[in-house]
Design a protein. Structure first.
Length: 426
């Protein structure tokens, strides 16, 4: 593991290096398994929190090394073309290139088995939250719904293919709504939308209702107002963005897993991952990363139940320690050469984001000073930890008849909503 010197003291840091590059540097034989421009390529980015130290801060380097070992073997077996292991906060991320398509059972089993093996190391070391995101004991064909977050894109490889993987910690899939809207809908962020004729066809958004899994499709620029209406709610998140210049060409994808909906209780924040393709009829890399320059408020932080700024940061400074935050987002930029990852570039670690980080810390301190008073923490219905209802139940006798009145009010509210929808449909 690489070592850097901070304040004259050595400190271990994890530097993500593509595995094919590592194999070449070690003089190992690299399989002749590549993809040429014009052929289909899949990029899968799968993440999970399977243990960390100290508390919810970072996985141990032995866990990451085990992941590299298993993915390297997968390259030798020609299951994947290339792979990169990295982390943000306490989350491990496996980003892989292959030709097996989205949702492939063997790719997902590789990820599941890798997380399980890393989780065993966490258990042996008594690390915090060991196996936290592994919600089942047996793999059943697809890691979707089993705990890990998944973002996968299958696309026709261009002659030059810049791809950026964004990963966030201590927040929810909602965190990518505003950045993705600004990338693909706002000329104030992406000037190409107004000056590049290739953009005029616009983009199609696939928006997911996180609790039910229902998908809705909207097109931009025609339906930008409707897109904002849904993406402004934490109940919805961007699942995919497609180019309309090339029909149904996927250009961005986000993980939309909500762990609490799967497990039925709070087991950790969802910590989403997002893949974005850039350049040549798509937003430029500078426009893509610019969408993260403003550290907007997102659900997350301490106990997953606060409103805190999403702070863009370097892969070497992504430990959310201050009040379990602020929520962090990193951006790793790759060029894809016949399926091989070239890079990464630590895009959000650049000095141009220094002021964003300073602003994020000021906002985090301001929000922290609210304590348990809104908006210091989320409204009761959005709290990730379930302690509040227990407390309310303990003191139910102080509010005689409160639950009966709640049920009556909820019934009236549902009736009013149904009447409103009926009139709107007429």
């Amino acid at each position: 593991m690489p070592v850097i010197v901070t304040n004259d003291k050595p400190m271990g840091v994890w530097k993500p290096v593509p595995l094919r590059e590592q194999m070449k540097e070690k003089g190992q034989s690299v399989p002749d398994y590549v993809v040429n421009p014009g052929d289909k390529l899949t990029v899968s980015s799968i993440k999970a929190d399977v243990g960390s130290h100290t508390g919810h801060v970072q996985p141990h380097h032995k866990m990451l090394e085990k992941a590299e070992e298993l993915l390297t073997q997968a390259i030798k077996d020609k299951l994947i073309i290339d792979g990169v292991v990295f982390r943000v906060g306490d989350d491990m991320n496996l980003t892989m290139s292959h030709t097996r398509g989205v949702g492939d059972e063997k790719i997902h089993k590789l990820a599941f088995d890798t997380f399980v093996e890393a989780g065993k190391i966490a258990q042996d070391m008594s690390l915090y939250g060991a196996m936290q995101d592994i919600l089942v004991s047996e793999f059943s064909g697809n890691v979707q719904g089993m705990g890990p977050g998944v973002a996968e894109l299958e696309f026709i490889l261009r002659k030059t293919e810049p791809v950026i993987v964004f990963a966030a910690d201590k927040t929810s899939p909602y965190a990518f709504n505003r950045p993705l809207y600004n990338m693909f809908c706002s000329p104030y962020n992406s000037i190409g939308l107004a000056v590049d004729p290739k953009f005029f066809a616009g983009f199609k958004f696939q928006i997911k209702h996180l609790k039910t899994g229902a998908d809705g499709f909207f097109v931009s620029p025609e339906e930008r107002t409707a897109i904002k209406a849904f993406l402004g709610s934490e109940e919805y998140a961007v699942a995919y963005v497609y180019s309309r210049q090339v029909e149904d060409d996927p250009v961005a994808v986000c993980s939309t897993t909500r762990l609490s909906f799967i497990a039925g209780k709070y087991v950790g924040k969802d910590d989403p991952v997002c893949i974005v393709r850039a350049q040549s009829g798509l937003p430029a890399v500078g426009e893509v990363v610019n969408a993260f320059h403003f550290p907007g408020l997102v659900p997350g932080g301490m106990r997953g139940s606060s409103l805190r700024p999403l702070m863009p940061c370097s892969i070497f400074n992504c430990d959310p320690t201050y009040n379990d935050g602020p929520p962090r987002v990193i951006g790793l930029g790759f060029q894809i050469n016949r399926g091989e990852f070239i890079g990464p570039t630590d895009l959000l670690g650049d000095i141009s984001f220094d002021e964003s980080r300073r602003l994020a810390l000021k906002i985090a301190e301001y929000m922290q000073r609210h304590g348990v008073f809104y908006p210091g923490i989320l409204p009761d219905k959005e709290l990730e930890y379930g302690g509040k209802p227990v407390i309310y139940k303990m003191y139910e006798d102080r509010f005689p008849g409160i639950y009966k009145k709640f049920r009556e009010l909820e019934k009236k509210q549902l009736e009013a909503e149904a009447e409103f929808i009926k009139k709107a449909e007429q």
